[in-house]
Structures are given as C-alpha cells and as structure tokens.
Design a protein around this ligand. Structure first.
Ligand SMILES: O=C(O)[C@H]1O[C@H](OP(=O)(O)OP(=O)(O)OC[C@H]2O[C@@H](n3ccc(=O)[nH]c3=O)[C@H](O)[C@@H]2O)[C@H](O)[C@@H](O)[C@@H]1O
Length: 314
C-alpha cells in the first residue's frame, strides 16, 4: 500500500507514520511545510527505502501516485493557527481541495483529520457527531473551526459528486511525546511549566473542560477508520473530562508538587466544555481509548525532560 501523510512531520502525523511503517507492505510518503512540524520527529525513517519526505505546502498541487491519503496538514494549536489565520484557512480550503483532486485523479481513499472545534462552544454535551455545532463564523478561531467545517463539506461534496472514498475523523484534544514544547496548548504548557519551575497558567475561569486523548490511542483510531467501511464523521477522543484547574492540579501532583498555579486571562471564544460521545467509534470501529490521563502524562513528562534537559529529582 502506498500511503501519503500530509502534515506527517507533526506530532500526531509522526506517530501515525511510525505505526504505518511497522507494516512492511506499506510505503509512506510524508509532505510537510515545517510550519509546526519538524524533521526531527521523523529522523528514524529518513533514508529508509520505504519512506520519503518531501518539503511541500498542500496549498500547492502535488503529483504523486498513492492508494491512501491521511490528510492532517494544518496548524492545530490556537496560538499557531491564529498567528496566520489567512494561511490557516487556505490550508483547510485550498489544501483539502488539492488533496481531494489528487484522490480523484489516482483513485485513492482519503481521510481528513477534522476537529472537535467544529462543535464550537457546544450547547449539547457530550457532543455526538449528529450535533451541528455552535460556531462563530467571524471570530479569531474561525480560520480553524470554520476552515475544518468547509474541509468536511468538500470531502462530502467530492464523495457525492465524484464517488471519492472518504473518511472523516473529528479529533478531540490529543497529547503525548513530540508535541512542540512551546506549542501553546494546555497539556504541553503545563508540563513544560512544571519542569521549568514556572507557575502553571490556568486561563480563567478554569472550570472550562476538555477531554484528553493519548496519541497512541488516537493513531489506532485513525487507522481503524481508514481501514473500515464507514465514512464518518466519527469522533475520536477520550471521554474522560477534566476542568483546566483539575488538569493543573494533576500535573502539579504528578510532576512538581512545589509549583504554583496562576490564573491568567483567557482568549475570545474559548469553548466552555468539550467531551466526545464515542458511541459510534465503539460500535462501528471497535475502538476505545486505553490510556488514562494519569498514565499518559508521565510518558509525556519523560519525553519533555529529555528535550528540556531536566533530570528527575530524587
Ligand atoms: O484538540 C481539539 O479538539 C482541538 O482543540 C484545540 O483547542 P483547545 O481545546 O482550545 O486547546 P488548548 O489551547 O490546549 O486549550 C484548552 C483549554 O486550556 C486552557 N489553557 C490553555 C493554555 C494554558 O496555558 N492554560 C490554559 O488554561 C484554554 O483556555 C482552554 O480552555 C486545538 O485548537 C486543536 O488542537 C484541536 O483541533
């Protein structure tokens, strides 16, 4: 199987590549523009005969021959996607159009990694896939959440009009080794702050919730969706729900009991609650997450300690 992974040098993408490369029948091509991804994440594969890495931006056309496309490319941290919102929406719209055009030309199956952000600030809790969402179309997050909503629309239009085989995953907050240390998302922020003896910055009110999925569970869900018979959209996430204050307390307890917790200002349109309804993933994909937050955080801590050069205190 020849497989293209867009955004494959990113945090989730590179773990997905590791898993795909385990199968000796797979040849994997990664394209990435290195805006948030890093070659370092793929260094074990560079030079491998079944692996190819191409510096490429998906907003430009790409000519390769593949059987499957995992389309992950897009900055995912609010700090990064808000940094260049026009580029973010172009990646979601033009990038997805290009990948669908490629899928159409070569007859490939294509999987889009959409997001829980398509539910916006949800008025239904937990969120089933049938919920249409509560999204601000003109806010600072819109380049990402509306961008992903258009990407989903494009996937279904190509499916209905051209018979393309599509798969859509709605990813809920994912964490694990290889996240950028200064990524700006909450789990990486708290772990880096705890290791640097800096206060954990909880954005007010601190009662907002998220559900955190460990990256190996996420990758398993994405592959099952690609290999299965269902187009989705299907929520892939861990239904364990935590407030940001609870997350900060947990990081403090597990990593650095001496660290302070500091309340700081929030950003506009921050969703107040988020938890996936994973009935469909369970029934249609036979998937559910295995790693609990308390098990996943220490695995990420180990990776951050190595990269930050902070040894564990005895
Ligand atoms: O994974 C998802 O489902 C989507 O949501 C994330 O967005 P968000 O949940 O807002 O991600 P964070 O920036 O990690 O924020 C989570 C919560 O932590 C809070 N936070 C963030 C950073 C911080 O230092 N302190 C803090 O309390 C934020 O106010 C927010 O309520 C990202 O946009 C995407 O990676 C993704 O598509």
């Amino acid at each position: 199987m020849r497989i293209l992974v867009t955004g494959g040098a990113g945090f989730i993408g590179s773990h997905l590549v590791d898993k795909l490369m385990e199968n000796e029948k797979n040849e994997v091509i990664v394209v990435d523009n290195y805006f948030t991804g890093s070659k370092d994440n793929l260094k074990r594969w560079i030079g491998h005969p079944r692996f190819e890495l191409i510096r490429h931006d998906v907003t430009e056309t790409l000519l390769v021959e593949v059987d499957q496309i995992y389309h992950l490319a897009c900055p995912a941290s609010p700090i990064f996607y808000k940094h260049n919102p026009v580029k973010t929406i172009k990646t979601n719209v033009i990038g997805t159009l290009n990948m669908l055009g490629l899928a159409k030309r070569v007859g490939a199956r294509i999987l889009l990694t959409s997001t829980s952000e398509v539910y916006g600030d949800p008025l239904v809790h937990p969120q089933p896939e049938s919920y249409w969402g509560n999204v601000n179309p003109i806010g600072v997050r819109s380049c990402y959440d509306e961008g992903k909503r258009v990407a989903e629309t494009l996937m279904f239009d190509y499916h209905r009009q051209h018979g393309i085989e599509i798969r859509i995953a709605r990813i809920f907050n994912t964490y694990g080794p290889r996240m950028n240390i200064d990524d700006g998302r909450v789990v990486s922020n708290f772990i880096a702050q705890a290791l640097r003896d800096e206060p954990l910055t909880v954005q007010v009110p601190g009662t907002q919730t998220r559900s955190f999925c460990y990256v190996s569970d996420m990758v398993d869900g994405l592959i099952r969706l690609m290999e299965g018979e269902h187009t989705g959209p299907i929520n892939i996430g861990n239904p364990g729900e935590f407030t940001m204050l609870e997350l900060a307390e947990t990081v403090k307890e597990l990593i650095n009991p001496a660290v302070e917790i500091k309340m700081v200002e929030n950003t506009p349109d921050d969703p107040r609650q988020r938890k996936p309804d994973i009935t469909n993933a369970k029934q249609l994909l036979g998937w559910e997450p295995k790693i609990k937050l308390r098990e996943g955080l220490p695995l990420m801590e180990e990776d951050f300690r190595l990269r930050l050069g902070v040894a564990k205190k005895k």
